[in-house]
Design a protein around this ligand. Structure first.
Ligand SMILES: [Ca+2]
Ligand SMILES: [Ca+2]
Length: 316
C-alpha cells in the first residue's frame, strides 16, 4: 500500500467513526429541527432577480425608390362632396376712416321773398371745403283743400365723411320758411275792366261778357229769380287791391234783366203776305209818332186819286 492509499484509508475511517453515531440516533432528533420553510416564488422581489433585457433587432423594411418609368397606380377618385351653400362674398371689413369733425356752423340760406307767394324761393349759401354743409327742405304741409298751411323748413346736414362734435350730422335749429316767407301780397291798382251786359228781349236772359285780364278774375252770381245778378271782380291770392285792401273789388258790377217781351214771331208764308199782317217795322209800330206819317201818306194817295178822277171827268 502506497502513501496516497494509506491517507485515503485513514480519512475514510475517521469519517465513518464520525457519522456512525449520528445515523444511530437519527430517529431521536426533534421533528422541528428538520422543517423546511418554503418561500413562495411570487414573493421574491423582482429587483432581487433583475433580468437583463436583450435588445431585439427589428428589421427595417426599406421602401423601394419609385421607378420613374413605372406609371403611377391610379388614385381612387374622392367621394363627391356635397356643395356648400353659396354665400355672397362678404368683403373683409375695411377700416372705416374716422369722420372729420366739423365745428363751423352752416351758413344761413338765402331766402328770396318777393310779394305774393308764388315766387318765394331759397338758395344754398355755399360753404368752404372744410365745412361741407349741404342744404335741403321739407315739403310744404297742405290742408284738406290743398292750401299751404305750413311752408316747411330748410335744414343743413353733413355728408358721411364729416360729423359735428356732438355726433350729429343734421344741424339744429332749422330755418322755418314761414319766418322768412312773409307772403306779403302784391298791390294791384283798380278799377278792374267792367263786364258787358246784354239784355235781349225776353225774361231772365241777360248775357254777361267778361273782359280778358291777366290779373283780374271774375265770378258771375245770378239771383235765383228776376234775372238779376252780380259780377265779382277780384285778384288772385298773393295780391291785394291798392287803396282798398283785400282781394275783392268794391263795388260789384250788377245787372238786371228788363223783362221786355219780344214782338210776336212773324209766321213764314211762302205763298205771299196775308192781308192785315204788318210787313214792316214801320207799319208794325203802334205808337202815336208812328201813326202820323202813315196817315199823311194815305191822305196824299186819296187826294191824288180825287184829282185824277176830277180831271178825267172834265176831259170827258
Ligand atoms: Ca313772398
Ligand atoms: Ca231780357
Amino acid at each position: 500500500m502506497n502513501t496516497r492509499t494509506k491517507a485515503f484509508a485513514a480519512f475514510a475511517t475517521a469519517a465513518a467513526l464520525t457519522l456512525l453515531p449520528m445515523v444511530a440516533h437519527a430517529d431521536e432528533l426533534p421533528e422541528e429541527t428538520v422543517e423546511v420553510v418554503e418561500t413562495p416564488a411570487e414573493e421574491i422581489p423582482a429587483e432581487e432577480a433583475p433580468i437583463e433585457e436583450t435588445p431585439v433587432e427589428v428589421p427595417v423594411e426599406e421602401t423601394p425608390e419609385p421607378d420613374p418609368t413605372t406609371p403611377e397606380p391610379p388614385v381612387d377618385a374622392p367621394a363627391p362632396v356635397e356643395p356648400a351653400p353659396v354665400t355672397p362674398d362678404v368683403p373683409a371689413p375695411a377700416e372705416t376712416p374716422q369722420p372729420i369733425i366739423v365745428e363751423a356752423a352752416p351758413r344761413v340760406p338765402i331766402f328770396n321773398d318777393p310779394c305774393g307767394t308764388a315766387n318765394d324761393s331759397w338758395a344754398d349759401p355755399g360753404n368752404t371745403p372744410d365745412a361741407p354743409w349741404q342744404y335741403d327742405q321739407t315739403a310744404p304741409v297742405l290742408d284738406g283743400n290743398g292750401e299751404i298751411i305750413d311752408q316747411g323748413y330748410v335744414y343743413a346736414f353733413l355728408p358721411d365723411t364729416h360729423v359735428m362734435p356732438n355726433g350729429n350730422r343734421t344741424w339744429y335749429p332749422v330755418w322755418e320758411k314761414s319766418e322768412y316767407f312773409t307772403d306779403a301780397p302784391c298791390p294791384i291798382e283798380g278799377p278792374p275792366p267792367a263786364p258787358i251786359f246784354t239784355d235781349p228781349c225776353g225774361a231772365d236772359n241777360v248775357v254777361v261778357t267778361l273782359p280778358q285780364s291777366d290779373i283780374w278774375l271774375y265770378e258771375v252770381v245770378r239771383d235765383e229769380v228776376g234775372g238779376s245778378g252780380q259780377v265779382l271782380a277780384f285778384v288772385p291770392e298773393g295780391f291785394v287791391i291798392a287803396g282798398q285792401g283785400g282781394r275783392f273789388w268794391d263795388p260789384v258790377f250788377e245787372f238786371r234783366d228788363s223783362q221786355v217781351g219780344c214782338p210776336p214771331a212773324v209766321p213764314t208764308d211762302p205763298g205771299g203776305v196775308s192781308p192785315g199782317t204788318p210787313t214792316s217795322d214801320v207799319l208794325a209800330a203802334t205808337g202815336p209818332a208812328d201813326m202820323v206819317p202813315a196817315g199823311i201818306i194815305a191822305a196824299m194817295f186819296l187826294g191824288l186819286g180825287v184829282i185824277l178822277f176830277t180831271r178825267r171827268r172834265r176831259t170827258n
